[in-house]
Design a protein around this ligand. Structure first.
Ligand code: FES
Length: 94
């Protein structure tokens, strides 16, 4: 997905809940999906086969997790340090 941020997002998650991690990078409720992936081209919602779908996940323990917010991790939805790459760091000016 699109690079949203150049750092991980620490968040407290509970095992009793189901989460939807944004894979497309355009959600306004990062790091979670807000349904924006159906409007990637800014026009009508893509209902049949959107390019991106949220990653639905749960956790085993109630604790703080570092979710990927650059959307380039190889351990979705968790941060694997990929955001430290020059490409990600320079893509986001903060
Ligand atoms: Fe990004 Fe849903 S808004 S996957």
């Amino acid at each position: 997905g699109r690079i949203y941020d150049n750092k991980a997002f620490p968040i407290h998650l509970e095992p009793s809940k189901t989460y939807k991690w944004c894979t497309c990078g355009i959600s306004k409720s990062q790091p979670m999906c807000d349904g924006s992936h159906t409007r990637l081209d800014g026009t009508e919602p893509i209902k049949k086969r959107p390019l991106y779908r949220p990653l639905v996940f749960t956790v085993n323990k109630a604790e703080t997790y570092h979710l990927c917010n650059c959307k380039q991790t190889n351990n979705k939805p968790f941060c694997d340090g990929t955001h430290r790459n020059t490409e990600v760091q320079t893509a986001v000016s903060s």
